[in-house]
Design a protein around this ligand. Structure first.
Ligand code: NDP
Length: 433
């Protein structure tokens, strides 16, 4: 705490992992001897830089850019970029720290990193976003490379932003290096299923948790918070698996449609027209828009938080459980506060923490890197099957590890231990670096 003052979210993420590791370090004294815990909590490198840009009126703005290269034991740093006004070092470090274990869980050769800026893309024109992305990449490019550090999208960074950043990287380096960024467009090195991957993957993970309890999505009423990339494809896969998603949200309010959400309309509003979710209710008059509403008060059996950190507190978790929720799968990173996590674990509902449940996004990014390295592109069906297999594998590893360490059904413990051991072993093997 003293070493990283004020980085609340980072403290929260570290504490959650360390609380699970007692039995592991007892079993492996070499981890203590080699100070693996202290080393894993210290990023290998943190880059903070100035991002100057001009808006359409000619006014100059200065934002702050970040890239935290946390751990490269298993492969090049890999993790998204977040553009949101709330971004500061503590957020990027929490995300980077989580990313180490998540990436380890995928079984693919990727290290952990994260980056972003306090730039707010909301209400900015296309040209403004392009100028910002170009300025951001003008500094960041020198730290990247397909064998070094490979960013992707996150909140506020989608295909458009990745395109502008890729263009600037190519221009500065004079290299067409598709493996340097993931989430690219399909005609210039992108992978099918990457757009859908985090939402689809989280839903596959929940499906596995339900199957382990001899249950399924069939006929279940579901809630998905957010209305961005992860939320949209979570809703899509829930519907494909027979569930009915009745509500989604954004930072201004909640849309409740008891007939089941019209996903085509949501895609049109959010992906094509870049409008707000509120406009759903002006098309479907039967749907309710609840300004500043709390989505977790709507009764459901499955909840999939897919917006942002700490969106479910202890009280929300208790409400969900009381209303009959049997499964929670986190599409977002750390969306549940420690009090909320305790409620879910005490109630023994199926609770899939983000670092396991939402690992499908980064896993498919690693598949995109594989295709780039082989100058290949795979079909949708083939890539989706690979994603599903990866999620099934993550589920069974977390499930079995929880069992092995005497906490059956506790996916938090399973994910943290399973993700940690592989990284710790690689760090021991690489010596004191
Ligand atoms: P998007 O920018 O596409 O969408 C984010 C959504 O969450 C929007 O609806 C946004 O509403 C809402 N939201 C963001 N911040 C807040 C806030 N402070 N309060 C309330 N609502 C908020 O981002 P993604 O869908 O890509 O990311 C969502 C979550 O999933 C994040 O936690 C991210 O880290 C995680 N994730 C994403 C992956 C990916 O592949 N994209 C991979 C793994 C995890 P509004 O428009 O009003 O801000």
């Amino acid at each position: 705490l003293k070493r990283n003052p004020g980085e609340t979210e980072f403290h929260q993420a570290v504490l959650e992992v360390l609380e699970c590791l007692g039995p592991v370090v007892t079993k492996h004294p070499e981890y203590l001897e080699r100070k693996i815990i202290e080393r894993i909590c210290e990023p290998e490198r943190q880059i903070i830089f100035r991002v100057p840009w001009q808006d359409d009126k000619g006014t100059v703005h200065i934002n702050r850019g970040f890239r935290v290269e946390f751990n490269s034991s298993l492969g090049p740093y890999k993790g998204g970029l977040r553009f949101h006004p709330s971004v500061y070092l503590g957020i990027i470090k929490f995300l980077g720290f989580e990313q180490i274990f998540k990436n380890s869980l995928t079984g693919l050769p990727i290290g952990g990193g994260k980056g972003g800026s306090d730039f707010d893309p909301k209400g900015r024109s296309d040209d403004e976003v392009m100028r910002f992305c170009q300025s951001f990449m003008t500094e960041l490019y020198r730290h990247l490379g397909e064998h070094t550090d490979v960013p992707a999208g996150d909140i506020g960074v989608g295909g458009r932003e990745i395109g502008y950043m890729f263009g600037q990287y190519k221009r500065i380096t004079n290299r067409y290096e598709p493996g340097v960024l993931t989430g690219k467009g399909l005609t210039w090195g992108g992978s099918l299923v990457r757009t859908e991957a985090t939402g689809y993957g989280a839903t596959f993970f929940v499906n596995e948790m339900l199957k382990a309890r001899k249950n399924s999505f069939d006929g279940k009423t579901c809630l998905v918070s957010g209305s961005g990339n992860v939320a949209i494809y979570t809703i899509e896969k829930i519907h494909q698996l027979g569930g009915k998603c009745v509500a989604c949200s954004d930072s201004n309010g909640v849309i409740y449609d008891e007939k089941g959400l019209d996903l085509d309309l949501i895609k049109q509003l959010k992906e094509v027209e870049r409008r707000r979710i509120q406009d759903y209710a002006s098309v479907h008059k039967h749907a309710k828009y609840i300004p500043n509403g709390n989505i977790w008060e709507i009764p459901c059996q499955v909840a999939m938080p897919s917006a942002t950190q700490n969106e479910i507190n202890g009280k929300d978790a208790a409400t969900l459980v009381k209303n009959g929720c049997i499964a929670v799968g986190e599409g977002a990173n750390m969306p549940t506060t420690p009090e909320g996590v305790k409620v879910f674990l005490d109630a023994k509902i199926a609770y899939g923490p983000g670092k396991a449940a939402n690992a499908g996004g980064v896993a498919t990014s690693a598949l995109e890197m594989q295709q780039n390295a082989g100058r290949d592109s795979w079909s949708f069906e083939y890539t989706e099957k690979k994603l599903e297999d990866i999620m099934i594998n993550i589920h069974s590893n977390c499930f079995e590890t929880a069992d092995e360490y005497g906490a059956p059904g506790n996916y938090v413990l399973g994910a943290n231990i399973c993700g940690f051991i592989k990284v710790a072993n690689a760090m021991v093997a690489h010596g004191l670096i």
